[in-house]
Design a protein around this ligand. Sequence first.
Ligand code: SF4
Length: 279
Amino acid sequence: MTLQALAPLSGLSPRSQRLAAMRSGELGSVHSWELVTAVDGPGTRLTVFLSGCPLRCLYCHNPDMLEMKDGRPVTAEQILTRIRRYLPVFRATGGGLTLSGGEVLMQPAFAARLLRGAKELGVHTTLDTSGFLGANLTERMLADTDLVLLDVKSGDPDTYRRVTGGELAPTLAFGRRLARSGLPDAGGHGPEVWVRFVLVPGLTDDAENVERVAAYVAELNEIRPDTVTRVEVLPFHQMGRYKWAALGRTYELETTQPPSAELTERVRDQFRTHGLRTY
Ligand code: SF4
């Protein structure tokens, strides 16, 4: 589809048309998409990686997705056409659409169209986010989201800043909003949440830091029982290292080793102690 067909706004330059289409959510900046199974939500999923992220995590394994300008312009309709093609697969496997990145909520209007379009097709929707831009998620988008993969990168604000370059508070507030959104007086349709915690030796593995994350997740389930149905402790790995080198960027975790099996189990047990189903 051409930009002219997408936004027939006569008198506007191509650049202005493109910006108008991005503001309306007809057009997004997309890095890529892939069909995956057993990750990013239940069943077989179309995971769409949106470009742009306000954080700069030291361990980011998608450093090529951090700038919105580096993505490809893709229309929401192009993605929805693809979703329609995969409907039989989604139905057979209980899968659906996952929006990931980068940070999806950098492009809320585009994400809103994809979530709405997927729900109109009866497709399960998942939003993979750090929650840092949670304020960009409208109530409509919240109602169109079945599952949130919430990355809680640290429980200690200083560690969070060191890991991501950003503040922890917006993520905490976003998770609480997700929990409360499912209470009867808020409509009772809150999304399910899976919390993800990346375990990096020497960076996020401090027992007190982990304890804070675990206590926070338990708090979400106190607000609304069964908000968080799964915690995933993701052992740090070096598989993204080559991307940093290819981009010519300094990778501070060059010599960091993946956590040992013992450390990973210790951290998982810290979550389990709070009654959380943890993998
Ligand atoms: S939030 Fe995700 S995409 Fe953004 S810098 Fe961190 S790991 Fe990378």
